[in-house]
Design a protein around this ligand. Structure first.
Ligand code: ATP
Ligand code: MG
Length: 231
């Protein structure tokens, strides 16, 4: 449940612009991700990292070149299938004015209480949840205003990891968090990286270190690739 088999994702000479009269923000991007791979996207702001994620998740479809999942063109794959296969952890996550449990499970009725607890502890979110009044019942305010940025990130990790989706996509936040939460985030990333296929927009050295393929982007192009030791 909540998963669809993933063998390979292939970008072949992918170019993309946000509108007809705008310049290309991705230029001839090619890379292959196989089941179990951990890929990090790094590069300066505006270099196209999040745009690659937006294409992969079918947020935008007007790309040129080819994006194939298990040999099928992404354009021809129903969005529901993509959503089953991938879980996205974004910079700013949407929070509902409801309990922590609700914000992790998000209406996925196949998730048991144990799944939710396990996901929370797998990403080290249980450390702060257990200190809150009511724990899993604690009500998050609109926009997550009563959580720190880092705690919000951990909730988003738990949300993503709980569904058993084959591919985890992390668009890592640049914003600084307190050092205790930062420590948990790093450990959570380590756990996620050791258990799933991951593509991550990476700002933290710890994320980059745990990747086996690093793609360096600049102005929409891949200018370097290799692992942490090679670059
Ligand atoms: P950051 O590290 O700041 O998150 P990024 O590498 O993720 O940067 P993208 O968000 O992929 O960068 O943006 C790549 C380029 O596309 C930038 O020039 C940006 O201005 C442009 N862009 C991004 N989103 C849109 C949009 N919705 N409409 C038009 N242009 C956009
Ligand atoms: Mg971005």
């Amino acid at each position: 449940e909540g998963s669809s088999e993933l063998r390979e994702i292939r970008f072949e000479n992918v170019s993309f612009r946000y509108s007809e009269d705008a310049p290309d923000v991705l230029k001839n991007i090619s890379f292959t991700l196989r089941k179990g791979d951990r890929i990090a996207l790094v590069g300066t702001t505006g270099s196209g990292k999040s745009t690659i994620i937006r294409l992969l998740t079918k947020t935008y479809t007007g790309y040129r070149g080819s994006i194939q999942i298990n040999g099928r063109e992404l354009r021809d794959i129903p969005l529901a299938e993509i959503r089953n296969m991938m879980a996205l952890m974004q910079q700013d996550i949407f929070m509902f004015n409801d309990s922590i449990r609700f914000n992790i499970a998000l209406g996925r009725e196949y998730l048991t209480e144990e799944d939710i607890q396990k996901a929370a502890s797998f990403v080290y979110a249980d450390h702060f949840i257990n200190q809150l009044p009511g724990k899993m019942e604690y009500v998050i305010q609109d926009n997550g205003d009563n959580l720190s940025k880092g705690q919000g990130q951990l909730i988003s990790f738990a949300r993503a990891i709980s569904g058993n989706n084959e591919l985890i996509i992390l668009d890592e936040a640049t914003s600084a968090v307190d050092s205790l939460t930062e420590n948990y985030i790093q450990k959570a990333i380590e756990n996620i990286f050791s258990s799933r296929t991951v593509i991550a927009v990476a700002h933290r050295l710890s994320t980059i270190k745990h990747s086996d393929q690093i793609l360096v982007l600049e102005q929409g192009r891949i200018i370097e690739r290799g692992n942490h030791d090679e670059l």
